[in-house]
Ligand binder design. Structure first.
Ligand code: F0G
Length: 477
């Protein structure tokens, strides 16, 4: 018996590019050493994100043809609304084109300047929306030592202290990001959601979910909490939604579609304000910046995503892939979740200080070695330029995320990534750090231009042609 196998077969395929070592060096240099700027045509295996990168099922493709493109009151909206209501129990269902639109609309209506939003961890776009509303985002991640089974939890003692302390009156909402993407993709337990609910009720504060990966969170609850073993993930998800006042989600994740998002709420008055604003920035409230066909694909995706065989495969893939990366010598964060495997770049590259972006250094090296694209979740994303002009203020951790697009890559694709990782580990001591040449805004990692801090050793893949010194032989792939 294999450890796991894909619970689907493939009926449409897309060729993948195999750039040479010279093409990879050129592509990375031309991109200012920022993988977000590398064109997809120069990527062999793209693990940058699980967002909008899913393969849709034949049932979803079929649903597209049923799309009702009426401007107002389309049947596609009714189908989407029915599925979201059945899943979440929230009456007010507002589609948007993606998660950050939901955050901007909802948090912009809920928060006032000077308010506080507290979360297990705000994702970067969530934090940006909180700050755009003039409010402050406070992260209170679990104090449990890793590897806690529910490393995504919010710290209940810290939340209680904040709510009962002098700053408690300023707290407008508590946000639970399920699963906690920025916090290592770890799940939030049902007990933690219930404890947050109790505190929110006692203090008159709204409890909201960033439900972008609600199904994976529900599945991990059934795997890790013996009290919920064997339960249907959809029932667990419903129980989590029932504890909160509302949610938003990027449906580019657990909607298993390429675009989409939602706001779903109990409070009709808050929903009315969101709809009023939505009309100005997204579109009519029954399509919210999406095509009718997108809503149909999402409605079908939201049914498929809680299938136990699919979710088991997601968790098993991450576990198996994490083990392969660990065998290759990467310091893998355990336990793995579902949507990604996280690696501690600081541990692999102790010679690269935080302000020289060790996570970026590792990510870039994986690209140079095998055109594998992963995400840096370290000081470039979560650190800040020092207002006094010194070294960047470091992020708490220097993580690299190997994301797993849904139903896209097979085991042999992931084996290739593990083999590529092994070639990088073999020359870890020669991997240079980076410095920022250009950056703007609070989401600088998407556009920043970087440069290596030092020329590479003779065995490394070397600099791109214009700046090339004596490059070593091409990388093994
Ligand atoms: N919330 C979470 C937890 C997310 O992971 C993301 C996006 C968003 C909100 C924003 O949603 O992209 O649809 O606007 N995460 C992507 C990622 C970008 O790669 O993890 P969006």
């Amino acid at each position: 018996m294999p450890a796991f196998m894909e619970p689907f077969r493939i009926k449409a395929v897309e060729p993948i590019p195999f750039p040479t070592a010279a093409e990879r060096r050129r592509a990375l240099g031309d991109a200012g050493f920022n993988l977000f700027r590398v064109p997809a045509r120069a990527i062999t295996i793209d693990l940058l994100t699980d967002s909008g990168t899913s393969a849709m099922s034949s049932a979803q493709w079929a649903a597209l043809l049923d799309g009702d493109e009426s401007y107002a009151g389309a049947r596609s909206y009714e189908r989407f609304e029915a599925v979201v209501r059945e899943l979440t129990g929230y009456e007010q269902v507002i589609p948007v084109h993606q998660g950050r639109a939901a955050e901007r609309i909802l948090l912009g209506r809920l928060l006032r300047p000077g308010d506080v939003s507290v979360a297990n961890t705000h994702f970067d776009t969530t934090r940006a929306s909180v700050e755009a509303a003039g409010a402050t985002a406070v992260d209170l991640p679990s104090e449990e030592p890793a590897p806690a089974p529910f490393g995504g939890d919010i710290s209940v003692p810290a939340l209680r202290r904040l709510l009962e302390g002098p700053d408690g009156a300023g707290v407008r909402c508590v946000v639970l990001t399920v699963t906690n993407n920025a916090g290592g993709g770890q799940p939030v337990s049902l007990d933690n959601v219930a404890a947050a609910r109790e505190l929110c009720t006692a203090h008159g504060v709204a409890l909201l979910l960033d439900a972008s990966r609600f199904a994976e969170n529900a599945y991990l609850i059934t795997e890790r909490d013996p009290a919920h073993a064997g339960r249907a993930p959809r029932d667990v998800a419903r129980e989590v939604f029932a504890l909160a006042d509302g949610c938003w989600a990027s449906l580019k994740k657990d909607g298993i579609a390429n675009i989409g998002g939602l706001i779903a709420l109990r409070d009709p008055e808050l929903a009315r304000r969101c709809r009023d604003h939505l009309i100005a920035v997204e579109g009519f409230p029954t399509y919210g910046g999406l095509a009718g066909r997108d809503l149909d694909a999402l409605a079908q995706g939201l049914r498929e995503v809680t299938e136990p065989a699919y979710l088991r495969y997601r968790a098993q893939t991450a576990r198996w892939f994490g083990d392969r990366l660990a065998e290759a010598g990467l310091p893998v964060l355990q336990p793995t979740g579902c949507h990604a495997v996280y690696v501690d770049a600081a541990q692999l590259l102790p010679h690269v200080p935080a302000h020289q972006f060790p996570a970026t250094a590792l990510a870039n090296e994986l690209y140079l070695a095998g055109a594998v694209r992963v995400t840096e979740l370290g000081t470039l994303v979560f650190g800040r330029p020092d207002p006094a002009g010194g070294d960047d203020l470091p992020a708490p951790r220097e993580l690299v995320r190997f994301c797993l697009p849904r139903r896209v890559y097979t085991k042999s694709h992931l084996e290739y990534v593990a083999e590529t990782a092994a070639t990088v580990v073999a020359k870890a001591a020669e991997i240079p750090g980076y410095r920022v040449v250009e950056q703007t805004g609070s989401l600088r990692h998407f556009t920043a231009v970087l440069a290596p801090t030092s020329p590479r050793g003779p065995a490394g893949p070397g600099e791109p042609p214009p700046r090339a010194r004596t490059n070593g032989p091409p990388a093994p792939r």
